[in-house]
Design a protein around this ligand. Structure first.
Ligand code: GRF
Length: 200
């Protein structure tokens, strides 16, 4: 039986599209739901175009983080996901929520973790004088961007690069890495994968 995958987004959804397209007929998983916290996320239409049920739970409609997460949890329970992929999902999840889906939530983060958790990763990599930059797919634990790393992709930092240059070269690497990790994870969520992809 195929594993059921829910994908949480906040914006353009290009990682969501890469994940969804990768889940073809011979894949051990299938997308069952795309959820956005942002009603204006361009990814919602992309999900609908791919034939994946897509809906919004607007965090601004809730007075507390917990109330928002309760709604998120309810929507997920209905979709019965085996795996939840955070793909450009820009809300911090509480330890209580993460505990309810322990070991099932993956995230992609645009840095070579454990370096540069949090925001503005491209600028911070440049500020630190890094010769390499990259992205990481990791299991989500209560520590922000701190769970076990399942795969990483790296690119060189070139002279004169600005944050937008790094973001533009890194995004296609994200689109390669996340589907690879998802496939491995869907086949065996207990295996310690550590995929490495090198880009230009
Ligand atoms: C990606 O760079 C992701 O790593 C970061 O936000 C971006 C989301 O892009 N957290 P998209 O919504 O998948 O196009």
């Amino acid at each position: 039986m195929k594993k059921r995958v829910a994908i949480l987004i906040s914006g353009g959804g290009s990682n969501m599209v890469a994940l969804a397209r990768s889940m073809g007929a011979d894949h051990p998983a299938k997308p069952v739901l795309v959820l956005s916290n942002n009603p204006d996320a361009a990814g919602l239409q992309k999900a609908a175009d791919l034939g994946i049920p897509a809906s919004t739970i607007d965090h601004r409609q809730f007075s507390t983080r917990t109330a928002f997460e309760d709604q998120l949890h309810t929507a997920l329970l209905l979709a019965k996901p085996d795996i939840i992929c955070l793909a450009g999902f820009m809300r911090i999840l509480t330890p209580e929520f993460i505990g309810k889906w322990q070991g099932k939530i993956l995230n992609i983060h645009p840095s070579i973790l454990p370096l540069f958790p949090g925001l503005h990763t491209h600028q911070r990599a440049l500020d630190a004088g890094m010769a390499v930059h990259g992205c990481s797919v990791h299991l989500v634990t209560p520590e922000l961007d701190g769970g076990p790393i399942l795969g990483q992709a790296v690119i060189p930092v070139n002279t004169g690069d600005n944050p937008a240059d790094l973001a533009a070269r890194l995004l296609p690497m994200e689109h390669r890495l996340y589907p690879k990790v998802l496939r491995e994870f869907a086949l065996n969520s207990k295996a310690k994968t550590s995929l490495l992809i090198q880009g230009k």
